[in-house]
Write a protein that binds this ligand. Structure first.
Ligand code: 15L
Length: 267
């Protein structure tokens, strides 16, 4: 697997910083962008400061790019006025620039918070009706719809990744189900970049955990095969965190603590 140039947006973020050295291995040039400070360019890297809400900057950013890993934008719940320019206007600017530049494929860092109001007792497939749990989750649902529209209208392909909890290791009970290891994140990106035909596909980004809420059978063609599992952390997590009241919203719903965040807390 070798691309001429990949673009990684959100390179200063937690996942961007983890992915930058990993994804460099799959391309001649890795272009990285953010609005926050980034490490200087190493060999085979290009570092570009580009606000997602700046249409001209995004058009310049997409020049010569084979595929995009879109990890830029707001990654947690914020007021709608903060989410709007970064995640909604920004996603539009990215797709419009990619269309005009002829970019072939975008891997979109979506989130499990698109479906955060499904219950932790349910197992859902990617094609269920979205039930966003936050303005943040709503903006990711918009990004997925945008991806579908740009595929249907323009043939620009996307794999939308409904990422669970991508951390070095799981740290709470919820993450025993939602955890995605860093190595599995890399496997997910490689599969998403290399699957011959994806159209617009949606894949939940979780490791091969024993407990899961997500059934990826509608995305078998992407070829993602997770290798890691949260199971070895279960005894320590369950001992340290006694079972909490199952009627509490953060325990009832897949979105966990997100469902009670923000300006209009769940009542
Ligand atoms: C997300 O979408 C967030 O970006 C991340 O910070 C985690 O909180 C994750 O979801 C999660 O649900 O654990």
């Amino acid at each position: 697997l070798r691309f001429k140039r990949l673009l990684l947006t959100g390179a200063a973020g937690a996942l961007g910083r983890m992915l930058r050295p990993r994804m460099k291995r799959y391309c001649d040039v890795l272009r990285v962008s953010d609005i926050a400070p980034m490490d200087p360019a190493g060999s085979g890297e290009e570092v570009v400061v580009a606000p997602l809400e700046d249409e001209a900057a995004m058009y310049a950013l997409l020049d010569g790019v084979d595929a995009v890993l879109h990890f830029g934008g707001v990654s947690i719940e914020k007021p709608f006025s903060t989410v709007l320019p970064a995640n909604i206007v920004g996603a539009y600017n990215l797709y419009e620039a990619a269309r005009r530049r002829g970019t072939k494929r975008i891997i979109f860092a979506s989130s499990n918070h698109v479906t955060g109001f499904y219950g932790q007792g349910e197992t859902i497939k990617a094609h269920v009706v979205p039930r966003p749990d936050t303005y943040y989750g709503l903006s990711k649902a918009f990004g997925e719809n945008l991806a579908q529209f740009y595929f249907d209208r323009h043939g620009l392909e996307t794999v939308s990744l409904r990422i669970g909890s991508c951390l070095p290791e799981p740290v709470d009970r919820r993450q025993l189900s939602s955890w995605l290891s860093h190595d599995d994140m890399e496997r997910l990106l490689v599969a998403s970049l290399t699957a011959p035909v994806v159209g617009h596909s949606i894949v939940y980004g979780a490791s091969n955990n024993r407990t899961t809420w997500w059934d990826n059978s509608q995305a078998n063609h992407v070829g993602y095969q997770p290798q890691d599992s949260s199971e070895r952390w279960r005894p320590a997590i369950e001992a340290a965190q006694p079972q909490v009241d199952p009627t509490r919203p953060e325990v009832r719903f897949q979105g966990g603590g997100f469902v009670v965040l923000g300006p209009f807390p769940f009542a």
